[in-house]
Ligand binder design. Structure first.
Ligand SMILES: Cc1cc2nc3c(=O)[nH]c(=O)nc-3n(C[C@H](O)[C@H](O)[C@H](O)COP(=O)(O)O)c2cc1C
Length: 220
């Protein structure tokens, strides 16, 4: 499988087979993912692979608190679309995923060393996002490297709300934050063939914001 196919078929996996993801598979993925770029090559990311049942149950219980609030809002927001709309089905699948969090074979907590995030946008009058740019390329690399080995993933950030409790549970030292969690495992229903995203013409512009790549190519 090439990188383009892996990216197009990665999806957020909501149901997993019970089989463990071996350390060797995780190691191989991380061995490639670590080559992600990061500000100043300061390599802030650390991963904690969680398989112990009790720890996964605690992570599930912590996750369900923000999830339930999100779920109620999402169900209310999609009510008008009808029971079988794809948006509503996606929310229901995410709810099943949440309730089964402790059953997923592998949970990965992504930590980052705070001092090694080079925050160049703190002075701007908007939320800071630059710190994440030294973390999430690694995370996506990891997801792709797992994908090519047949392992599916879902990234969650609602889980970050419980950072103090997660820090205690997993003995995360001071100075490290949690950036997201991943669920990982062999997919119960295979990988998606078609994901829903905006077309390139709506999101890639030439020279000026709003000048779509396709239209410009035709006129230039
Ligand atoms: C930054 C980020 C945060 C996310 N957080 C959650 C989460 O907390 N819970 C969840 O169920 N899915 C979460 N997701 C998964 C998204 O819901 C999913 O990627 C999106 O619905 C698209 O699904 P698809 O890739 O299967 O098309 C997150 C994804 C990203 C990239």
């Amino acid at each position: 499988m090439d990188a383009l196919e892996a990216m197009r078929t990665i999806g957020a996996c909501r149901r997993y087979q019970p089989d463990d993801v071996p350390d060797a598979v995780l190691y191989r993925a991380a061995e490639a993912a670590r080559f992600a770029p990061q500000g100043g090559n300061r390599q802030p990311v650390r991963l904690i692979a969680v398989r112990e049942r009790a720890a996964k149950e605690r992570l599930r219980d912590l996750y369900l608190v923000p999830w339930r609030a999100y779920f109620e809002a999402a169900m209310a927001g999609t009510q008008a679309l009808g029971e079988y709309s794809s948006a509503r089905q996606a929310v229901l699948a995410a709810d099943e995923f949440a309730r089964n969090l402790a059953e997923h074979p592998l949970l990965i907590v992504v930590c980052a060393h705070q001092e090694d995030l080079h925050l160049t946008d703190l002075e701007l009058d908007r939320p800071s996002v630059v710190g994440g740019a030294s973390i999430y390329p690694y995370v996506q690399n990891l997801c792709i490297a797992l994908r090519v080995q047949g392992v599916a993933t879902t990234i969650t950030t609602l889980s970050v709300a419980a950072e103090p409790e997660v820090r205690e549970l997993l003995a995360i030292p001071d100075g490290y934050l949690t950036a997201c969690h991943l669920a990982a495992g062999y997919p119960a229903d295979g990988f998606p063939r078609r994901l829903t995203r905006r077309p390139v013409e709506e999101t890639v512009f030439l020279e000026r914001f709003g000048n779509p790549i396709g239209a410009s190519r035709e006129t230039s």
